[in-house]
Design a protein around this ligand. Structure first.
Ligand code: 48N
Length: 325
């Protein structure tokens, strides 16, 4: 950087002079701000004055959003795989599927406006995220840096893991995230077996805007939409206002007798049980992550996330097994 000039010519980084951004000619303003080019005060003064964005009409913005959204709804009305819940498990499954099977249409349905579930912080609002080995292999594949502590690794901020995973998943052309959208029910088909004549298989999901789902008690006639898919992966987390959705629905449809209910915290055993137990619970429905703990009565593991990532990997493999059957 050149030596500081006289006060009126003091070399300053591209920053504000107290009256908002300084003048830079057209797009040079943005470039100078973004790459932090040092500019003399005088040189900056007259460059933002002529700055202006390209012209727009409001309807162009509206059409740019709505055309794409409704085209996506049309495209994914018939999906190959639906993932319910964009938490660490569901996103990990989407990462594997999006990468291994670019030929499959994968729809992710997330009730929250913000995807990511419980993986934006470590434990008790602390930032760092712990994953026990061998989940470091997943982090390395994802390109998330971590500190190696021997039997486990630490990502400096949980949001670094979740935002990296999310950005990878959203960059796949065959994956569509429908956030602020709730799965309100499952699409079913009779699928009797010799031992269970009333058995069903899952053939997709029933969806509605989450804000609509939250008001069925005070509004009528708000029927849902549907997405058909031969395979649904449900990773809606442990029980709670939204959690454990699909397995609770299976109980109310008498497809599983009752929920085992998530047990107390036992870090050592919980993670193995969740990863190993990730499976197709009924035909067409694979359950993973903490939702599975509600089915099997597995322990919870607390603030360690390796099982979520690797349960997602296993859920993806279980889903592909169904496709290759
Ligand atoms: O993060 P979660 O809750 O679920 P997982 O299984 O991906 O990760 C669980 C993990 O965060 C833990 O709980 C950690 C390891 N702690 C364990 C412990 O011992 O406490 O994500 C579930 C996502 C959320 O984003 C929900 O909003 C969403 O699923 N969701 C739904 N989305 C659409 N439709 C629904 N019906 C629905 N229900 C939940």
């Amino acid at each position: 950087m050149s030596p500081p000039a006289a006060i009126h010519e003091t070399v300053v980084p591209a920053t504000t002079n107290g009256n908002g951004l300084m003048g830079i000619k057209k797009d040079l303003a943005v470039k100078a701000m973004i790459n932090g080019q040092a500019k003399t005060l005088a040189e900056m003064e007259n460059k933002w004055e002529s700055f202006t964005f390209a012209p727009i009409r409001e309807s162009q913005v509206s059409r740019a959003m709505t055309r794409r959204y409704f085209n996506d709804l049309d495209t994914y009305a018939e999906s190959d795989i639906v993932i319910v819940g964009a938490g660490s498990c569901g996103l990990s499954a989407a990462y594997i599927l999006g990468k291994q099977r670019p030929d499959l249409k994968i729809a992710i349905i997330e009730a929250g406006v913000a995807p990511g579930g419980g993986a934006w912080l470590g434990g008790q609002l602390f930032s760092a995220m712990v994953m026990r080995k061998p989940a470091d292999v997943f982090l390395a594949d994802l390109g998330v840096p971590y500190e190696d502590e021997g039997d486990f690794v630490v990502v400096k901020h949980a949001a670094l893991f979740t935002s990296t995973l999310l950005s990878r998943v959203l960059s796949y052309p065959n994956v569509k995230l429908f956030n602020a959208t709730t799965v309100e029910d499952l699409i079913t088909r009779p699928s009797p077996t010799p031992t269970n004549p009333s058995a069903i298989s899952i053939a997709g999901v029933v969806t509605n805007w989450t804000l609509v789902s939250m008001h069925h008690d005070d509004q009528s006639c708000m029927d849902p939409n549907t997405i058909n898919a031969p395979l649904v992966i449900s990773t809606t987390g442990h029980d709670g206002p939204f959690g454990a959705f699909s397995v609770k629905r299976l109980v109310s449809m008498q497809q599983i007798e009752k929920l085992g209910g998530m047990r107390g915290l036992d870090m050592q055993s919980a993670e193995d049980a969740i990863v190993k137990g990730t499976r197709e619970v009924v035909r067409g429905l694979v359950v993973g992550g903490m939702e599975l703990s509600e089915v099997d009565g597995a322990n919870r593991m607390g603030p360690t996330f390796g099982a979520m990532a690797l349960s997602g990997v296993k859920a993806a493999e279980e889903a592909l097994r169904v496709f290759e059957e």
